[in-house]
Design a protein around this ligand. Structure first.
Ligand code: ADP
Length: 242
């Protein structure tokens, strides 16, 4: 494992009854790397994220974070290590302002004191371009703005690894592209690694990632830079044969 390796998933198998949702998955992730996980519906992408954040324990294999075996660690402890999930359906406190919502994230997940939390929260809101709306009630934001708020909340928690579960669903094509660019900037400017599941506008989003993993029936069938992975004949076949 290299010095830059943040996460290693090793020979992971996760079964649901007789179904092998993950059937021997191995890959590593570097610090600051933006990894897109693509694959048809039911290929195991969500299960993979759940094994990384601790919602599921694998039946076989290991999850290593910063050189430490976290395979049996519960989700809240992984969160403290800097493994943060941004939810597909954002769940803000609607009666709090945008800024207050992010402050909550900074205090509870980032461990900052109140004064520092305000500073971190404002900075996160500037990054996602919601700063102008910081005094609005979160309940009054548009759907796209809620997604950005969710990202700011995750960011304020001082993550090392962001797990993004279909954050693009329900957005317009332009909004999806903007969200993907924001994730890329997170990795390149902040050194935060990100694993994003990609279904919507798959090619456009995956092109922005540093690396792409393509899943099919619980296996990684292709992996590499976007151009290489997406044009692999096995991948083309899986997508055409849907
Ligand atoms: P994806 O995110 O790529 O759509 P999933 O990881 O959600 O795929 O699912 C992979 C396979 O595991 C699918 O066949 C799905 O039906 C099954 N599966 C996922 N979660 C569960 C569960 N909690 N119980 C039983 N089967 C599940």
């Amino acid at each position: 494992m290299g010095a830059m390796t943040l996460l290693r998933v090793e020979s992971v198998v996760k079964k649901f009854g007789g179904l092998r949702a993950l059937d021997g998955v191995t890959f590593s992730l570097e610090r600051g790397e933006f990894l897109a996980v693509v694959g048809p519906n039911g290929s195991g992408k969500t299960t993979l994220l759940n094994v990384i954040n601790g919602v599921y324990k694998p039946d076989e294999g290991k999850v290593i974070f910063e050189g430490r075996d976290i395979t049996n660690m519960p989700p809240y402890k992984r969160a403290r290590l800097g493994i943060t999930r941004a939810f597909q359906v954002p769940r803000p406190f609607p009666e709090l302002t945008v800024l207050e919502n992010v402050i909550v994230g900074a205090i509870f997940n980032g461990g900052y004191d109140k004064e520092k939390a305000v500073e971190v929260a404002e900075e996160a809101l500037r990054f996602v371009k919601l700063y102008e709306k910081r005094h609005q009630l979160a309940g009054r934001l548009t759907f796209n703005e809620l997604r950005l708020l969710e990202l700011a909340r995750a960011l304020a928690g001082n993550p090392k690894l962001l797990l993004l579960d279909e954050v693009m669903a329900g957005l317009t094509p332009t909004e999806i592209d903007e969200m993907a660019k924001l994730i890329k900037r997170l990795s390149e400017e902040r050194g935060i690694a990100a694993i994003s599941l990609v279904e919507h506008r798959m090619r456009a989003v995956a092109q922005l990632a540093h690396r792409v993993i393509v899943m099919h029936q619980g296996h990684i069938i292709a992996e590499g830079p976007p151009e290489t992975a997406l044009n692999d004949p096995k991948v083309v076949e899986v997508y055409l044969g849907r």
